[in-house]
Design a protein around this ligand. Structure first.
Ligand code: PLP
Length: 363
């Protein structure tokens, strides 16, 4: 099996799996319980928080079911809390649906949104900051795009936005960037299953001094910000996965270089992930072969990739268009994404599979 779909999800690492099982067996108490078993669970949660804050900065962490919940909580919660700051939201045309659809919901509630596309702005961070005015309550932008690997320098973005309007709250979807690129933001969403910790766990970083209204009503766990009994075993798994993470830019860059060299020898390939992209995600279009056809042809060889333009029920997301990729090429886009365990042999198998797919299906 050749798994080249780590941007979709990653295989849980042994450290995370062990931590989950150990916690289930030994620290299964409810963290709200006042007895020793509750305190033991509370300690697991505190340790994981410390790990996350070590990576993200000074503030607080709430554990969620994943980044979709983190971003919903951040955006809806901040919009409610800071409504008096203004009604304008600045965002991008390349956001994941967990952010994009939440912004649409806020528009229905009376906020207005501007969405900038990278293809229109050579200096994307500056353009986003320029779009901020005195009425801007929120900026939300992803750190790394899930379809192409495109990087936004969110540290610079944060600085520029605060210079323009110190009251504007900055939310960063760091699902694809956490542990890979420098981060900054008032609110930062992360997801466990993209970093080998398993599904159903995520976190929201809340910078010191930032307040948000909670999404859920309930028992008031996590300082009232996220009611519901904390999944202490999944939190332990997330902590272990962060500590065990060992993907490196050098490894990913070598894999990308090998893939690009091989693709350059095949006819009719367009690479959609340029030098401004994180090298663990490579998006390319295979002229004359639709994405799904190629995807299933590779699957016959047990090579797993994604269709390059995140489709939802046959409809493309439009994200590739925001990078300037024409529709025809978006229809034939493939996304290969790597993790620390990806090997050169995996890349060679993909190249063989693409070559065979072209010979068999190109019209
Ligand atoms: N944001 C980005 C950039 C993603 O790639 C994903 C998952 O594909 C999400 C958010 C959603 O994360 P989760 O599955 O943890 O809800």
């Amino acid at each position: 099996m050749v798994y080249l779909d780590s941007a979709a999800t990653t295989k849980p690492c042994k450290q995370a799996a062990d931590a989950i099982l150990n916690t289930m067996e030994q620290s299964f108490g409810n963290a709200s319980s006042l007895h020793g078993m509750g305190i033991r669970s509370e300690k697991v949660i505190t340790a994981a928080k410390r790990t996350l804050l070590g990576a993200l900065g000074e503030g607080d962490i709430i554990f969620t079911s994943g980044a979709t919940e983190s971003s919903n909580t951040a955006l809806l919660g901040a919009a409610e809390t800071y409504r008096r700051t203004g009604s304008r939201i600045v965002t991008t045309a390349i956001e994941h649906p967990s952010v994009a659809n939440t912004i649409t919901k806020l528009e229905e509630r009376g906020f207005s949104a501007v969405r900038l596309a990278p293809k229109d702005y050579p200096d994307f961070e500056q353009a986003l900051a320029d779009a901020v005015d005195e009425n801007t309550v929120l900026v939300t932008c992803m750190a790394v795009n899930n379809e192409t690997g495109f990087i936004v320098d969110v540290k610079r973005l944060y600085r520029l936005v605060k210079k323009k309007n110190p009251k504007t709250i900055v939310h960063i979807d760091a699902v694809q960037g956490f542990l890979k690129v420098p981060l900054d933001g008032d609110l930062i969403s992360i997801s466990g299953h993209k970093i080998h910790s398993g599904k159903g766990i995520g976190a929201l970083f809340i910078k010191k001094g930032i307040r948000i209204a909670p999404l859920l009503c309930g028992g008031g766990q996590q300082k009232g910000l996220r009611s519901g009994t904390e999944p202490v075993e999944l939190i332990a798994g997330l902590d272990a996965a962060i500590k065990a993470y060992h993907g490196t830019k050098e490894h990913f860059a070598a894999l990308k270089a090998r893939l690009l060299a091989g693709l350059s020898e095949l006819p009719g390939i367009t690479v959609n992930s340029g030098d401004n992209c994180l090298p663990n995600i490579v998006n390319f279009s295979v002229e004359g072969v639709r994405s799904e056809i190629m995807l299933h042809s590779l699957e016959e060889r047990e090579i797993y990739v994604s269709s390059g333009s995140a489709c939802s029920r046959g409809k493309t997301s439009g994200v590739l268009a925001a990078f300037g990729v024409p529709d025809k090429l978006a229809d034939s886009a493939i996304r290969a994404s790597f993790c620390a365990e990806t090997t050169e042999q995996d890349i060679d198998a993909l190249l063989d599979g693409i070559k065979a797919g072209i010979e068999r299906f190109r019209r």
